[in-house]
Design a protein around this ligand. Structure first.
Ligand SMILES: Cc1ncc(COP(=O)(O)O)c(C=O)c1O
Length: 430
């Protein structure tokens, strides 16, 4: 089961007046919402081409002479881009709820509630050269990462979060109209960045147990010749992991595999960073946001085959990792005992949270290898309303009511007191 989204290209926009998308066999799993219902017609390869119901402005503002508007300068494919839906900033949230930030139980963005080791704040406080541009090659950080990961620094490139690296990879790999494979439900930045980069997204939905549909992926790679596939292990939002056998099958396909290991530390399995030395079509991404409590400082990194990394060096912004970000990440790596302890604390708390969520009559939690737990919302309870009811009690969780995942909530693992507060609020609802 897969579907292809043709994100608007200039030709499509001007010609049809509609965004065009391709759909192939819709899945019937109960956990998915209904698929696009607009009629389409079959092409040679049996893929249905469909028009979405999003009308596109036909006229070009450039004809309007002096009344030209700014959006006429914007690239065609970006004019209909839906903005990424970020979560509400912490301070704004606390003002809205009329509560102090420290009284909010924030379990909606998979952040690490323990924050970084004390060395990070010390290093930031004694930063000597904030007025000098950072090292464009993040040499200190890459040397520290080489020691941390066991792979030489020449394979490593750092970025302003893993998010920056996802976009950088796409900018280096994709021409407008090229295709990527996305396996929803998953991290939505792959789809978002593909739209920004004028790429087409082929969606191969996960099976009902959230495992990858490897046979369909192989079919799609053969038929559609996508440039790359984005895989996530553990996957956000369900927390499932990809085993070696599955990964090897996908690596054998003629496609660039981007393996996002943002949550790998919580999984108990080894990172595949070193595999990039063997597989020319593998990139592995990681981040300090989750493992080191540095989400606010924005530091991610990736391991790349040497034949690929040289192009990322050429295309990246020279000062993409700030002085503060590099200092913080290096300081965090200096205290591996702290990093290990907070990981163990979160993994233990995940198991306690899972057992407690299982006792809630309207929740069906999924076992997770990550620092969050996905729950199906059952017994007639509405996922959105559940999220809103908890938010009124200053407990923030994430809900899913979209085409790919409907009637689910995701709860990040916090400290034990966060679990207790969540459970108390949930109990007040039954
Ligand atoms: C799967 C996945 N990859 C990457 C990221 C972003 O990482 P970073 O904070 O390093 O940009 C997230 C953030 O939630 C994520 O869930």
């Amino acid at each position: 089961m897969y579907e292809v989204w043709l994100l608007p290209t200039p030709t499509l926009l001007q010609g049809s007046g509609f965004r065009v998308l391709l759909l192939h066999r819709t899945r019937t799993s109960r956990r998915l919402g209904s698929s696009c219902s607009v009629e389409g017609k079959l092409n040679r390869s049996g893929i249905t081409y469909m028009a979405s119901s999003v009308p596109v402005k036909e006229e070009s503002q450039q004809h309007l002479g002096c009344s030209v508007t700014g959006d006429s300068f914007i690239r065609h494919h970006l004019r209909k881009l839906s903005p990424y839906q970020p979560i509400l900033p912490f301070e704004i949230l606390s003002t809205r709820l009329g509560r102090k930030p420290e009284d909010i139980v924030k379990l909606d963005a998979n952040e690490n509630p323990y924050g970084p080791p004390p060395e990070v704040l010390e290093a930031l406080g004694s930063m000597r050269f904030p007025y000098i541009y950072p090292d464009p090659e993040s040499r200190s950080l890459r040397a520290a990462l080489a020691e941390d990961s066991g792979i030489e620094s020449e394979y490593i490139l750092a970025g302003c979060g893993a998010d920056e690296l996802i976009d950088l990879i796409m900018r280096c790999v994709l021409d407008p109209g090229d295709k990527i494979v996305d396996c929803p439900p998953t991290f939505t930045m792959y789809e978002f960045d593909a739209a920004v980069n004028a790429a087409l997204v082929i969606k191969v939905s996960r099976k009902s147990d959230f495992s990858l549909d490897v046979e369909r992926i192989a079919d799609v790679v053969e038929q559609e010749r996508p440039k790359c596939i984005f895989l996530t292990s553990p996957n956000n939002p369900d927390g499932s992991i990809i085993n070696d056998e599955t990964l090897l099958k996908i690596l054998a396909l003629p496609v660039l595999v981007v393996l996002d290991e943002a949550y790998i530390e919580f999984s108990g399995i080894e990172s595949r960073m070193s595999w990039v030395k063997k597989y020319e079509n593998l990139i592995v991404l990681r981040t300090f946001s989750k493992r080191a409590g540095l989400a606010g400082l924005r530091v991610g990194y990736g391991a790349f085959p040497l034949s690929i990394i040289e192009y990322l060096w050429r295309a990246k912004q020279p000062y993409n990792v700030s002085v503060a970000a590099e200092i913080s990440a290096c300081a965090a790596l200096k205290n591996p005992v702290y990093l290990e302890n907070i990981k163990v604390a979160l993994v233990q708390e995940r198991e306690r949270l899972f057992k407690l969520l299982r006792e809630v009559p309207f929740l069906n939690p999924y076992p997770s290898y990550s620092n969050f737990i996905l729950c199906e919302v059952t017994s007639g309870m509405d996922a959105k309303k559940l999220k809103e009811d908890l938010a009124k009690m200053a407990v923030m969780i994430r809900h899913y009511n979209n085409k790919e995942l409907s009637g689910y909530v995701r709860v990040s693992v916090g400290k034990p007191e966060h679990t207790d507060a969540l459970m108390e609020c949930l109990k007040s609802l039954y």
